[in-house]
Design a protein around this ligand. Structure first.
Ligand SMILES: [Ca+2]
Ligand SMILES: [Ca+2]
Ligand SMILES: [Ca+2]
Length: 500
């Protein structure tokens, strides 16, 4: 071995050490951030919200690029395990992507596969709204002085509002003393998709002013100076280094940014994560380039585990979506939104992000236990594509302060079909009841011939049939009816998880 060998090795080791130090010893200065837990909620919805009457019924597409960029910044610092929640498509009420391309799903799944994030902390609000809110609630409620949560606000504030509301309602408001909400955007803080939605100030107020809030400068500006900010208008030159980056995962950020349908080079929301990691609120394309350097190293073993787990989940979701479409097309599954019934009497339509279709009906009148009243009966024609006998279930909810068996029933009737309970034909209206609090649960039984029974309805031939519902107990809420045949209740629950 030549005499200079050992010292060359030493030199190499020293250089390596310096490189490592450079990556891991960046000062923790963004608002005291030091490898703490991070939760993110972004919009980016591409499925139009057709009930929205404002100017934009889809979200700003800048998140399609900002999400991969954000996750790249975290991965570069090996902070994957610190990302404990990422919800997307949070433009409430967030209709599921059934006809439009789901760019946010592509961006998050792509980042999970490339950099080994935990797939279980990602939620498409359009498909798993309830799970997403609950999951953020749990992460908020865990916060203590030694383990604070940084929440990065990348979309309108209603989503975090609903999670904070649950933390408060469950008596865990003190945890919010250790939650720090970071924003850069007047829009994210104040945009209201619906009059019932809330601003970031209302989120803070709801927390009893416990949540700490910081808004850094708007990362979209100035758009005409590529040296500052994360939005360069339609000038792509400052980002050109991304396109052919030697790390293909970094080059993928470029592809994601180019999906922007107005061709804007804008990943403004990523500026917040850059600030948290570096303390620099004046990030830029060139600083991003220096930060990512030669690329993002990943642990191959960790990646293998994660991507096989994710592929299984994706395959399962695809299969469920196909099964749901088949069940609807074949007529084996009829899903009827309560809010599609024309209103009558004391029925009221309530818009709500946690209801299917963004709304439910509530009976605001008094109890009518003796008989269905015409004055409070709502009627809808339903289309039945094939003859057959269907189980009738509904998604209903009792108000949270109702006693166990109160506010939990309606009258139901199918006057021009054959109704059956306990195997026997029955006629007229029947009391139809269930129990579920907190969330809309699938249930619904009748009492026929002195026994509890599921309600079955036979439609002798395809066509249009009348369905009637009448108010029975005050304040009951119902969201959706589900009629099904040749499926089990478990099948239906699973199919509706993706179909809604
Ligand atoms: Ca956003
Ligand atoms: Ca932007
Ligand atoms: Ca509904």
């Amino acid at each position: 071995m030549p005499y200079w060998g050992p010292s060359a090795r030493t030199l190499f080791a020293l250089v390596s050490l310096c490189l490592c130090l450079h990556a891991s010893s960046l000062p923790a200065q963004g608002w005291g951030y030091d490898k703490h837990r991070i939760a993110i909620s972004a919009d980016g919805n591409n499925q139009p919200d057709l009930n929205y009457e404002g100017t934009y019924n889809t979200a700003d597409p800048d998140d399609w690029g900002a999400t991969p960029a954000t996750l790249a910044i975290l991965a570069k610092m090996n902070l994957q395990p610190k990302l404990v929640h990422f919800s997307y498509n949070n433009f409430m009420p967030s209709p599921a992507h059934t006809t439009a391309r789901n760019f946010m799903q592509e961006g998050t799944q792509g980042a999970i596969a490339r950099w080994g994030f935990d797939a279980d902390v990602f939620f498409d609000v359009g498909v798993r709204k309830e799970d997403a809110i609950e999951h953020l609630k749990d992460e908020l409620a865990k916060s203590v002085e030694s383990d604070p949560l940084y929440f990065v606000n990348m979309g309108p504030s209603e989503f975090i509002y609903q999670a904070v509301q649950r933390v408060v309602n469950e008596g865990n408001a003190d945890s919010l003393n250790h939650v720090r909400v970071l924003s850069h955007s007047n829009y994210n803080d104040h945009h209201l998709r619906h009059p019932s939605h809330h601003t970031i100030e209302q989120v803070i107020e709801l927390s009893g002013n416990r949540i700490q809030f910081k808004r850094i400068k708007d990362q979209n500006y100035p758009k005409d100076n590529p040296k500052v900010g994360w939005h360069t208008g339609q000038d792509w030159q400052p980002w050109a280094w991304l396109e052919n980056h030697r790390d293909p995962n970094v080059a993928w950020i470029w592809e994601s940014m180019k999906m922007h349908q107005h061709n804007k080079a804008d990943i403004s929301d990523a500026g917040m994560i850059y600030f948290l990691i570096t303390g620099d609120a004046n990030g830029s394309p060139a600083k991003f380039q220096a930060f990512l350097g030669g690329g993002i190293p990943v642990d191959a073993q960790q990646l293998d585990n994660r991507s096989s787990q994710m592929n299984k989940t994706l395959e399962r979701q695809k299969e469920l979506q196909i099964n749901y479409n088949n069940a609807v097309q074949s007529g084996n599954l009829l899903a009827i939104e309560a809010e599609d019934f024309p209103l009558n009497g004391d029925w009221a339509l309530i818009e709500s992000a946690d209801a299917s279709g963004g709304a439910y009906l509530q009976f605001k009148g008094k109890n009518h236990y003796a008989a269905a009243q015409d004055a409070h009966t709502i009627t809808k024609q339903i289309n039945v594509p094939q003859a057959g006998t269907y189980v009738v279930k509904s998604y209903m909810r009792q108000p949270s302060d109702a006693e166990g068996d109160k506010s939990n029933d309606i009258w139901i009737g199918f006057p021009d079909a054959i109704q059956k309970g306990n195997g026997q034909t029955i006629t007229g209206f029947h009391k139809y009841f269930g129990r579920s609090k907190g969330r809309f649960g699938m249930n619904g039984q009748i009492e026929a011939h002195h026994k509890h029974s599921w309600l079955n309805v036979e439609f002798p031939k395809p066509g249009t049939y009348t369905m009637q519902v009448s108010g029975r107990s005050e304040l009951l809420q119902f969201d959706q009816f589900v009629l099904y045949r040749e499926l089990s209740a478990d099948d239906v629950l699973e199919l509706l998880e993706v179909g809604q």
